[in-house]
Design a protein around this ligand. Structure first.
Ligand code: ATP
Ligand code: MG
Length: 397
């Protein structure tokens, strides 16, 4: 007897009764994609997904599954028949292989018609283990070395000693697609991760202003996206030519308003691209108060250019929390590499923290931005990052 199956416990499913079927189907698909290289058998029922390990080492498979959104918990289980003698024998065989001298049996009984209640099952199994064990074992209900969980279900009984937390959230693809404004900084990759965890697919776009910004940023962004491939295996990144518009802004707009107007232009372009790509919203890495353009007054003036939704997943997060997450998902070290962003190149000495809408509108009459916005929307270059590699457009999904 050995632990040869991964049992996947669903995330926020209980609160989404009507979407249950969709949730399970999407999660089963995502699980299969995540571990397809192992060629394992998988199965779903209304409460769990099972991955049958055969002779595979569970460690890398569990690690991979911990990156799949929509999974609350994973347990490594062994399946037995429901006869109490059979359960006792299986428990004994499993416990004897674990390190430790004290144990506890904890039973969950989904099969309400079973002849013993959960307490009765725990007692019977523990008695069998104590009587037949070849090594000295005792029961400790408070701090056992080995906690064996008995999950008695309609179709079979599952035993487990080890549980692992999953990513939580929703299965990717269940909650639509969003266009993520990706800079080379720390925040936007973390914002993208927050969306992915919530089951929202992302497509990214980056505003590049060559020759003021260097080509090297594209390499940096693709390395960031490779890290995010752990959560979404194919990611599209559109590089947006922004130089012309940015030069026009700096020729026509007073310095303190440059950043605000630049952001208004970014949003106009991003909305154009998002609509072409059938995205349902834009998303940014902004966090309230972090810098001048991220005050509520500023956000209000920036949002005024569109009624298309703009998500700001990090809006209330502290920088330290954002940095912790960036380190955990492996984007931090890449993000802190020095680079020139279009925002930093033309950074005004005293940006307006509380910009006025009427002033923005007046400055925007000074140049023909609409045609430049259209040109930018039409002039993007797509890059595809798939399973850790930059791939040709034809090979991406
Ligand atoms: P980040 O760490 O994500 O760069 P930040 O704290 O540096 O964020 P800003 O530079 O003000 O803040 O940018 C705010 C948001 O605007 C970014 O999180 C990103 O979503 C978007 N953004 C900024 N510059 C670019 C760019 N060149 N291309 C695409 N999006 C950008
Ligand atoms: Mg930045």
């Amino acid at each position: 007897m050995k632990f040869d199956t991964v049992m996947i416990h669903f995330g926020e499913l209980s609160t989404k009764g009507a979407n249950r079927k969709l949730f399970i189907q999407q999660l089963l698909h995502n699980v299969r994609v995540a571990i397809k290289r192992y060629g394992l058998l998988t199965k779903a029922d209304r409460d769990h997904i099972y991955v049958y390990l055969g002779e595979e080492d569970p460690t890398p498979i569990l690690e991979r599954l911990r990156e799949v959104s929509g999974i609350q918990r994973l347990s490594l289980v062994a399946k037995t028949g429901k006869d109490i003698g059979e359960i006792g024998a299986a428990a004994l065989s499993l416990i004897e292989k674990e390190a430790g001298s004290t144990f506890k049996i904890e039973t969950k009984r989904a099969d309400k018609k079973y002849e013993l209640d959960s307490y009765g099952i725990s007692r019977a199994v523990a008695t069998h283990v104590l009587k037949n064990s070849s090594k000295p074992l005792s029961v400790d209900l408070h701090h056992p070395d080995i906690l064996l969980k008995v999950n008695l279900r309609e179709e079979a009984c599952y035993l487990s000693c080890k549980e692992y937390p999953g990513l939580g959230g929703y299965p990717l693809g269940m909650n639509g697609k969003v266009t993520m404004l990706l800079s080379g900084g720390i925040d936007s990759p973390v914002a993208a991760y927050a969306l992915l965890r919530r089951g929202i697919k992302v497509e990214c776009l980056h505003f590049a202003s060559p020759p003021y910004t260097s080509e090297a940023v594209i390499d940096k962004l693709t390395r960031i996206l490779r890290q995010l491939n752990d959560y979404q295996s194919d990611i599209r990144l559109d590089i947006v030519p922004f130089t012309k518009l940015q030069e026009a802004i700096y020729q026509n707009v007073p310095e303190p308003y440059c950043i605000t107007i630049m952001r208004r232009m970014m949003v106009r372009i991003a909305v154009g691209i998002a609509k072409k790509r059938h995205s349902l919203a834009l998303a940014t890495g902004e966090s309230i108060g972090q810098v001048a353009s991220q005050t509520l007054e500023s956000i209000d003036v920036i949002n005024e250019v569109t009624n298309f939704p703009i998500l700001r997943p990090l809006c209330t997060e502290d920088k330290v929390t954002i940095i912790d997450t960036a380190k955990r998902i492996g984007t931090y070290d890449i993000s802190i590499e020095p680079y020139e962003d279009c925002c930093t190149i033309f950074k005004p000495k005293a940006p307006k923290t509380k910009p006025h809408l009427d002033e923005c509108q007046e400055y925007e009459t000074r140049f023909d931005y609409a045609s430049m916005v259209e040109e930018a929307v039409e002039g993007t270059t797509p890059i595809f990052v798939s399973e850790g590699e930059v791939v040709e457009p034809s090979k991406s999904k």
